[in-house]
Design a protein around this ligand. Structure first.
Ligand SMILES: Cc1cc2nc3c(=O)[nH]c(=O)nc-3n(C[C@H](O)[C@H](O)[C@H](O)COP(=O)(O)O)c2cc1C
Ligand code: SF4
Length: 406
């Protein structure tokens, strides 16, 4: 497990100095007790802070809090709140690291979010570490709302919000058609607030220290800090807290790097020279995964492995996933090795257009984003493959793909 924070780009907010797991007493010594603010003050602080979701979409947190509160009033159902620690993205480590080192910040955020929306039930959903988190929950005898820790399958889709609502309602952890969205009708039909665990930890800090303090990190347009899982130079990835607006080149060295994957397996490949111009922004960061592809690796081959995984892990419930993603993954495999390519590039472009926007969830869209960015970023490598050559010399796979470990 990644539990060190070797790069300090700012005074750490989400972790205690030294990055040791913080029990409740240490947490209270550092941050004080849970603030007793009323829901209106909390909502004002969250709105003023500009806090956005850290689960991938970067959605403004205050808007979700308002939507769930209103849905609760309209329907007469007490909302359900869910701290999303599923972390289904195989290349991400930030949520499990946060839950291991600062569980009480997340649990504070969950209580505060529950208070803001007037929730009647609260869950913490995790794939790993449930026993440790149950101990942390048991320490908190003063909480208004009991929190149930639920185990979710360690799969790419289990952390999608409708999959979680379905699991908590007694079904499988697979996405459903989100009409209406879970924030209106989710767990057992109640309005459901699903919030990434890192978002909740930031919310707990905003409630204590205020919106102006929160904005002292980051930029005016994108305030605050963000946890990134950084894959660079081989070995275990590092989890780093960095302010939005930080140059990507400071986060990971770009010498000897061919391209950078930003935003994880639903993200985009960016050539290294373009990555050097980027700063950390929610719009492309997704759940905070950044991975440097060294010059000696084959970008198309790495992409083909990830696409195979994404196609296999789709729920296969909708046409785009059932028919489109396996074809796309198989076609990309042709581009990933030296040899004749026929009409594969044109086929990929056509199939990508056909699956986009047609799934019940955004899985096909995220997959297509990765395909398109690989086709442009690795155009030279794919041309070389067509001529029978590969510029990648290191055979070891770089990006973690779970079933290959089994
Ligand atoms: C295929 C898929 C998988 C997802 N997996 C996760 C996950 O593991 N953890 C997470 O926090 N959000 C995940 N999300 C995003 C959630 O649906 C939801 O938007 C998020 O938890 C909301 O929290 P936030 O507003 O705090 O970001 C996933 C989305 C999709 C489309
Ligand atoms: S689009 Fe794919 S992953 Fe999403 S619900 Fe449909 S089959 Fe499942």
């Amino acid at each position: 497990m990644t539990e060190t924070l070797p790069d300090l780009f700012m005074p750490p907010r989400l972790f205690a100095p030294g990055a040791a797991p913080a029990g409740l007493a240490a947490h209270h010594r550092r941050h004080g007790a849970l603030p007793a603010d009323d829901p209106e003050s909390l909502l004002r602080a969250v709105t003023g802070s500009g806090l956005t979701g850290r689960g991938g979409a970067g959605f403004p947190t205050w808007r979700k809090l308002v939507a769930v509160t209103e849905a609760g009033r309209r329907t007469g159902r007490a909302p359900v709140v869910v701290a999303n620690g599923a972390e289904g993205e195989p290349a991400s480590r930030k949520d499990r690291t946060l839950l291991r080192l600062s569980p009480h910040l997340v649990l504070d955020g969950l209580q505060l979010a529950a208070r803001t929306v007037g929730a009647g039930e609260a869950y913490l959903a995790v794939a790993d570490g449930a026993t440790w988190l149950e101990t942390a929950v048991a320490e908190r005898t003063g909480d208004q709302l009991p929190v149930k820790v639920v185990r979710v399958p360690g799969s790419f889709l289990a952390g999608q919000s409708s999959a979680l609502a379905r699991l908590l309602s007694g079904g499988a952890a697979l996405p459903t058609h989100q009409r209406p969205p879970v924030r209106e009708r989710g767990t057992h039909g109640a309005p459901t607030l699903v919030q990434n665990v890192e978002t909740l930890a930031h919310l707990a800090l905003v409630a204590r220290y205020g919106a102006d303090w929160y904005r002292t990190a980051g930029t005016a347009a994108q305030p605050g800090s963000v946890l990134c899982t950084v894959h660079a130079g081989g070995g275990e990835p590092r989890v780093v807290e960095a302010p939005y607006g930080l140059s990507l080149a400071r986060l990971l060295p770009l010498e000897g790097v061919r391209a950078v994957l930003v935003g994880g397996y639903h993200g985009t490949w960016v050539p290294a020279r373009e990555a050097a111009q980027l700063t950390l922004e929610a719009s492309y960061l997704g759940a905070g995964v950044v991975a440097a592809l060294p010059m000696d690796r084959c970008g198309p081959a790495e992409t083909a492995r990830v696409l195979r995984y994404l196609a296999l892990r789709s729920a296969g419930q909708c046409g785009p996933c059932l028919n489109g993603l396996p074809r796309i993954a198989a076609a990309f495999r042709v581009l990933a090795a030296p040899g004749p390519q026929g009409t594969v590039r044109a086929d990929l472009a056509r199939w990508s257009g056909l699956v986009e926007g047609r799934g019940a969830c955004h899985h096909p869209d995220g997959t297509v984003r990765l395909v398109r960015s690989a086709l442009t970023t690795f155009a030279d490598e794919i041309d070389a493959h067509a001529r029978g050559r590969c510029t990648g010399t290191a055979p070891t796979p770089l990006l973690p793909v779970p079933e290959e470990r089994n």
